[in-house]
Ligand binder design. Structure first.
Ligand code: PLP
Length: 461
């Protein structure tokens, strides 16, 4: 049987970029000790009043069809929140409530570009961008990053041509954590005016930036800017699929039509919960910001001193890039080998470790891997083929794991991947704020070759 051309456009390179992620998910589903770090899904809980609101709405029968653009009260609340954040005067008519910022990007993509058109974006980029832009038939054109991992706006003009319809960026960026500054935005604004372009500002991580704001162009260029947002990151609500686009009214109308054929409205009980979430945005954003700050600092400390790994601290957001170019591997190769280098079978622990201060193997504690709340266990068999990079893998894995560890019982594992380049990203926003020495995943052979690393803190006691 034949399929449409669309199936090839959405398959794309994004799928390859997620390879390590899917392997880690599969390992986790087999019961192995794995925590997924490749997606920006905070391990915090959704704020209780939001959950309570959803439950009470469900009980009250808020389970029927709703307008495709979202309930008016919610659209008004989103408009108020956007106006506060951006300084742009908007009303409910500028807003379409959608199933996450991802869905908002998809809808924008379909409304703003089509076959033969081009959308320009900056490296490094969120892996779903290529397929989500190219689903419409348009082509995604990439502008390289500078050495400091910032968008190379000097190279932007050369990428813009008669086919260009829009410039897309995420600020804070996933995965670099870069927040576009006023000078960079000014270059973008000037090119947008000159070439009559749409500007798609993905601000899904804006709540994680200082004071919950990022510099933007929405107030200055209200007829061109489409802002994408959601509650996923700021409120730890990834699974609720609550997001939106804010843009000119005409675009909102077209987006509503797409939403009508695609979704036919979204659940009312979640929309009411989203209103509650927006009411407590200040508090929720402060919570995730403080978690990310602590975890990023601890993760950077954890890999400090590994010669071939260089952390690139983010300005904001929940990711941290590590430059792995000194290993001679690409980011994708590095994470593949990192995953392969780490034993992660059931640990059969016998006794809890004390607060570990070095990376030497700890005594065993006796629980199974799935119930072991302590980062301990019998050391696995030595790896005969330990390469020089193995210590780097192990320490990176351990640092990521420590940064990610939740209150739960899981061992941590690391699985991040970028489609190209030499870096990899780690979701540190999903981490605990304690540093844990997880000696059970390291072989004695490797442990012997590591320096004794004093850890800034531990969480094994
Ligand atoms: C840059 C970026 N945009 C959009 C999304 C999708 O977010 P949402 O859960 O709101 O669909 C993500 C999720 O990781 C992201 O990193």
């Amino acid at each position: 049987m034949k399929f449409s051309a669309l199936v090839d456009r959405v398959r794309g390179e994004g799928a390859a970029a997620w390879r390590t992620h899917y392997q880690a998910v599969a390992a986790h589903e087999r019961g192995e000790d794995v925590i997924i770090l490749s997606v920006g899904d905070p391990d915090l809980e959704t704020p209780a009043p939001v959950i309570e609101r959803a439950i009470s709405q469900l009980r009250a029968g808020d389970t029927h069809y709703l307008p495709a653009a979202g309930r008016a009260r919610l659209r008004e609340a989103i408009a108020r929140s956007h106006a506060r954040r951006s300084g742009q005067a908007v009303s409910a008519e500028n807003v379409v409530y959608l199933a996450g910022a991802q869905n908002a990007l998809f809808v924008s993509s379909l409304c703003l570009a089509g076959p033969g058109d081009e959308v320009v974006t900056f490296e490094p980029l969120y892996p779903t961008y290529p397929a989500t832009i190219e689903v419409s038939g348009a082509r995604l054109v990439r502008v390289p990053a500078t050495a400091a991992c910032r968008p190379d706006v000097a190279a932007l003009a050369a990428r813009i041509g008669p086919r260009t319809r829009a410039i897309l960026w995420a600020s804070p960026n996933n995965p670099s954590g870069v927040v576009l500054n006023e000078q960079e935005l000014e270059v973008i604004a000037e090119l947008a005016r000159r070439h009559d372009l749409w500007l798609i500002a993905d601000e899904v991580y804006a709540g994680l930036a200082p004071e919950g704001r990022v510099p933007g162009l929405a107030a200055r260029l209200p007829d061109r800017v489409v802002t994408l947002g959601s509650l996923s990151k700021s409120h730890a609500m990834t699974g609720w699929r609550a997001g939106w686009l804010v843009g000119p009214r005409e675009l909102a109308l077209h987006a509503e039509h797409v939403a009508m054929c695609m979704l036919f409205g979204l659940p009312g009980f979640i929309q009411e919960a989203a209103i509650s979430a927006l009411d407590l945005a200040g508090e929720a954003e402060a919570r995730i910001r403080s978690y990310c700050t602590a975890r990023q600092a601890r993760f950077a400390a954890g890999i400090a001193g590994i010669d071939c790994l260089r952390p690139l601290p983010p300005e904001a957001g929940m990711f941290m890039l590590i430059d792995v170019s000194a290993t001679g591997l690409s980011g994708a190769e590095f994470v593949q080998r990192l995953l392969a280098s780490q034993p992660r079978a059931a640990c059969g622990c016998a006794s809890p470790p004390t607060r570990a201060r070095s990376i030497a193997p700890a005594p065993a504690c006796g629980s199974s891997a799935s119930s072991c709340r302590k980062r301990c266990g019998p050391p696995p068999a030595p790896e005969p083929s330990a390469r020089p990079q193995a210590a780097a893998y192990s320490r990176a894995a351990r640092a990521a794991a420590a940064a990610r560890r939740t209150r739960g019982a899981r061992q941590a594992f690391f699985a991040g991947s970028l489609p190209s380049g030499v870096s990899l990203s780690i979701a540190v926003g999903s981490a605990c704020d304690s540093f844990c020495a997880r000696s059970c995943v390291f072989s004695p052979a490797l442990a012997a070759s590591w320096p004794s690393v004093p850890l800034p803190n531990t969480c094994c006691s």
